[in-house]
Write a protein that binds this ligand. Sequence first.
Ligand SMILES: [Zn+2]
Length: 224
Amino acid sequence: MNGEQRYDKGKREYTTAFLYPDGQEIILDHLDVELHENGIEIIGVKNMRVVSESKMNSLVSHYKAIMEELGIKTDPENEKTPERVVKALLEMTRNDGVGTEELDKQMTVFSSPGEALIEVSPISFTSLCAHHHMPFVGTAYISYVPDEHILGLSKFPRAVEWFSRKPSTQETLTIEIGKYLVGRLRPRKLTIVLEAEHTCVSSRGVKAHGVGTKTTYAYPKGDV
Ligand SMILES: [Zn+2]
């Protein structure tokens, strides 16, 4: 896999991108790749998003058009804003429509030593609300009683992160993470609680700050 580095990989807030001879652009979380003289080695592609150069240009020009329609004047400060917004959106929607195969590979289960209650929290997360495409930020609390299997503790934040990277309602996100973990663990019981503040509530409309929304998924059903 040979490629020419396209964007500054030193900036942590950006993903790393490579432009390939056929014009395909591959955008990766920079923590997941290693650079070599003759290309890159991909070490776990949990955050991959592939966009062609023409798609990137199209997205940027569409966002430029939105800024113009909104009457936002171009100045040196926002010259690169369309590109920044597109990159942020690509990152925050990177798992939309993607299967969980890459996540599954990281979710190796172990034999359970017993029936202890296991609690993993707080797990911070950021997602994008499906209705306004504005971020909601919060904390996940997961607890479960295993049957035959347990998961490594670091796998829970990974699962939360995975499902957060696409537009969702908080309700759907909670159920998706819960059902996924139940599918992997086959536990006796599992509860997941998400508490979040939505910027579409705090920054627009009622502009209510500090309003937390709490959603709970419980397995077996009704065991809240
Ligand atoms: Zn919203």
